[in-house]
Design a protein around this ligand. Sequence first.
Ligand SMILES: [Zn+2]
Length: 63
Amino acid sequence: MSIVDDFEAIGARLRGLSERPTAAEPECSACDGAGWEMYSLGYMDPHFRQCEKCLNLKGLPSP
Ligand SMILES: [Zn+2]
């Protein structure tokens, strides 16, 4: 084992990390990724609040 081998091992590990699938962003199960949840539904007047679980991390506008 030489220092070069160590660097190669580290490089391989970094490549492995970067190759991890990042596109599959988990959708919030509470709001289905909408960022908002409806907590009350009045007559023609639904009330929305930012999802308490994901806190509307995407910054989506109120539906
Ligand atoms: Zn959510």
